[in-house]
Design a protein around this ligand. Structure first.
Ligand code: COA
Length: 152
């Protein structure tokens, strides 16, 4: 059902409130609104997944020298596990390919099994570990670095 009515568009300054609301209620370690605002100002690729006029997901990607990096990808909690994250990731891969990027990289917390499974399923493989990279309460958590080649 969602597959047919899901569309994608670029994030605008006027979307920031809504994006931040989705982020705060859906991500375990949410970005702050300023991160999204800075990403827009920096000219990063900031994309939204929209279902029947409602923003249900967002992703931010940085591209340089033929390499793209996804900085964040979040689906609104009530809309998770309906295939939206997968379609948003495929959309970001497509955008990176359109900009002649050959590789797409990302980092995921070791404990984030949902995201890790999605990335594995979409052809990413683990290429490294950043030890104790993310703060997690009083501790720190490893980041798994993943990458996929982009077929233009
Ligand atoms: C990770 C996230 C983006 C996935 O989005 P989603 O729309 O729920 O995912 P999809 O429905 O497209 O599922 C795609 C695949 O992801 C994996 N997955 C998604 N939810 C999962 C869950 N609860 N448990 C295990 N695997 C899961 C599965 O491999 C799934 O494929 P399947 O349904 O065929 O088994 C979403 O859970 C989210 O926004 N989480 C909070 C923010 C976050 O952690 N972002 C990633 C930062 S690196």
């Amino acid at each position: 059902m969602t597959k047919h009515s899901l569309t994608f568009r670029s994030m605008l300054e006027s979307d920031l409130e809504q994006v931040n609301a989705v982020e705060q209620q859906s991500a375990e370690h949410p970005w702050r609104k300023a991160h999204f605002s800075d990403s827009l100002k920096s000219g990063y690729t900031c994309e939204l997944a929209v279902l029947d006029c409602r923003v249900v997901g967002h992703s931010v990607m940085m591209m340089a020298a033929g390499e793209a990096s996804i900085l964040i990808l979040t689906v609104d909690k009530p809309f998770q596990r309906q295939g939206i994250g997968r379609q948003l990731l495929q959309h970001m891969l497509h955008k990176a390919g359109q900009s002649a990027c050959e590789t797409l990289l990302l980092e995921v917390r070791r404990s984030n099994i949902r995201a890790f499974n999605l990335y594995l399923d979409e052809g990413f493989s683990e290429i490294g570990i950043r030890k104790n990279y993310y703060p997690m309460g009083n501790h720190r958590e490893d980041a798994i670095v993943m990458a996929t080649e982009i077929n233009c």
